[in-house]
Design a binder for this molecule. Structure first.
Ligand code: NAD
Ligand code: ZN
Length: 366
């Protein structure tokens, strides 16, 4: 088992535990303190069917009484209506302020669950049990919770840290291939931000990673989490440094919006977004052909998209790009990569230049 401690201000800290099969042995649970013996597993119908009984039995074995509350599977259910339904269910189960929430699922469940925990009875304890690769390396670490509005994704949310994150890599065995790959896009992003050694690690162990070999995944997931933890520790509330994690996301988010949510998976959009942003870095002259090729090779090796096959309307892309929180004046702010391990924050790029590289990453429609 690997352990990463996230240390925050005012002495707050929590452990992230990573293991090939965390929920098949229980000694570790003794080292975790829960506020009471009563909690709820919040999950969705798909993941719940697969893993809720196991997690429930596991906690029962250690003396905890945990109920299961299920929401429907899908990003379209990450909304306030579902949040309200969950509040009602928690009340019906008699939860009080000492009770705790265990979120069991991908990023949708961990984001929505974190939001519920941060607001229910003005905040109860919660622990993340992320089951998708994306949630394990990204969304369950860092305390950003949230739900979507009709106007856009993650427009309502809180910063609310979990008290523990429990990662069982065997849960990834049932994750569909497309979802697994998109998680790898975030891992590649993290490796590029961290440095060439992490990038080399991914390339050397490519086969085992693609085959989901647990020993290598333990190392890979722990490294990705360790990077994110360092960033979160320095900038818990995204005042500055944390925007480093947005590499590939400014163009990625715009593509996600412009193609219509649900067409591209988030990680796919980030992969294409990283390519677009690497092209920008090259044009501006802050990066080199070698760095650009290295990134392209890694993305290709993991079967990640370099281009979107859908048609993208310029007007929609632009309006999506401008909606992104990184906009300043008429220019767009990016995190760009000079080389692996050397991201540059807040680089302002003219919209025109972004439009120039657009045909390289999608089918442009006037
Ligand atoms: N809070 C943050 O910092 C942060 C960061 C990145 C992304 N996010 C959010 O995360 C969400 C995306 O997360 P996601 O990609 O995990 O999507 P998701 O939660 O929709 O999961 C993807 C699919 O895989 C299924 N699934 C998950 N684990 C499984 C398993 N072990 N076996 C079988 N099926 C499984 C889910 O039910 C779902 O159908 C978005 O809403 C995004 O906004 C949040
Ligand atoms: Zn992302």
């Amino acid at each position: 088992m690997r352990e990463v401690v996230v240390s925050l201000s005012e002495g707050r800290a929590y452990k992230v535990l990573v293991d090939a099969s965390l929920f098949s042995w229980s000694d570790w649970l003794c080292g975790v303190s829960f506020p009471s013996f009563c909690g709820v597993i919040l999950t969705n119908d798909r993941v719940g069917e697969l893993y809720a009984p196991r997690v429930q039995e596991f906690f029962a074995h250690c003396g905890y009484s945990v109920h299961v509350v299920t929401i429907p599977d899908g990003e379209e259910y990450k909304n306030l209506r579902v949040v309200e339904e969950v509040y009602h269910k928690l009340l019906a189960l008699g939860l009080d302020r000492k009770s705790f929430l265990l979120t069991l699922g991908g990023g949708v469940v961990t984001d929505l669950g974190g939001f519920v925990a941060s607001t229910f009875l003005r905040g109860i304890a919660y622990y993340q049990i992320p089951t998708s690769l994306l949630a394990q390396v990204d969304s369950s670490i860092g305390g950003k919770t949230g739900v979507n509005l009709e106007e856009g994704k993650n427009l309502v949310g809180t910063f609310y840290q979990p008290l523990g994150v429990f990662i069982d890599l065997s849960f990834l065995d049932t994750l569909p291939e497309r979802e697994y790959r998109e998680g790898l896009a975030e891992v590649v992003k993290t490796a590029l931000l961290e440095g060439e050694e992490f990038v080399d690690f991914l390339r050397i162990h490519k086969e085992k990673i693609v085959e989901r070999e647990k020993g290598i995944l333990e190392e890979m997931v722990t490294r990705a989490i360790t990077y994110k933890k360092r960033v979160v520790e320095e900038d818990e509330k995204e005042k500055g440094l944390r925007s480093v994690l947005n590499y590939g996301h400014t163009i990625g988010h715009a593509l996600e919006r412009a193609t219509g949510y649900g067409v591209l998976r988030h990680g796919e959009a980030v992969s294409v977004g990283m390519r677009g942003e690497a092209l920008l870095a090259l044009r501006i002259g802050i990066s080199t052909e070698r760095v650009y090729r290295l990134q392209e090779d890694v993305l290709k090796e993991f079967g990640l998209p370099l281009r979107v096959s859908q048609r993208v309307e310029i007007a929609e892309f632009l309006s999506a790009l401008r909606k992104d929180k990184k906009k300043e004046g008429g220019r767009i702010r990016f995190t760009l990569l000079e080389r692996p391990g050397k991201p540059l924050l807040g680089i302002e790029v003219e919209e025109e230049m972004v439009l120039e590289i657009l045909p390289e990453i999608c089918e442009v429609q006037q």
